[in-house]
Design a protein around this ligand. Structure first.
Ligand code: CMP
Length: 138
């Protein structure tokens, strides 16, 4: 069993897409073992995306991620990290495969509707950023 962090980002929450996105995730068989809705402060968004702080899009990204509420989930399943990333599609919706969450819902490369951890080490750090052990109910 593996766990990954999923975020339904402000652009998707703003358009009331949480239910549709969660249904697509659950149809793959991945299970939600933690879920909360929150609005990140600017500094919390900067902390979450600290690995990107030298990127030209960092200021815009953290402003957008703190512009409205997100839904944050911990997903569990066999090979969860890879399966969820495959479901998300490429970061840039224009390069994402047909039928993927970003291809269907993303507005542009920044407002790309959902986030997913990119590997086991990142997943552990990202899950711990939002959830205590007691909040995960696998
Ligand atoms: P995510 O998978 O959450 O990881 C980093 C985020 O930065 C990414 O999704 C996008 O929201 C954003 N991002 C990545 N590349 C770019 C880019 N070239 N321009 C603007 N935003 C980007």
């Amino acid at each position: 069993m593996e766990r990954t962090l999923a975020i339904i980002k402000p652009d998707a929450v703003e358009r009331n897409l949480q239910g549709e996105i969660i249904r697509i995730i659950q149809q793959t068989g991945l299970r939600i073992v933690g879920m909360k809705m929150l609005r990140l402060s600017r500094s919390q968004a900067e902390g979450f995306y600290a690995v990107h702080r030298e990127r030209p899009f960092f200021a815009s990204l953290t402003e957008y991620m703190s512009s409205g509420p997100c839904v944050v989930m911990c997903l569990e399943g066999a090979d969860a990290i890879r399966r969820y990333r495959e479901l998300l599609g490429a970061t840039n919706r224009d390069h994402a495969a047909e039928g993927t969450i970003r291809r269907i819902f993303a507005l542009d490369v920044e407002r790309n509707s959902c986030h997913g951890s990119d590997g086991p080490d990142t997943a552990a750090v990202e899950i711990a950023y939002f959830f205590s052990t007691l909040e995960l109910v696998g």
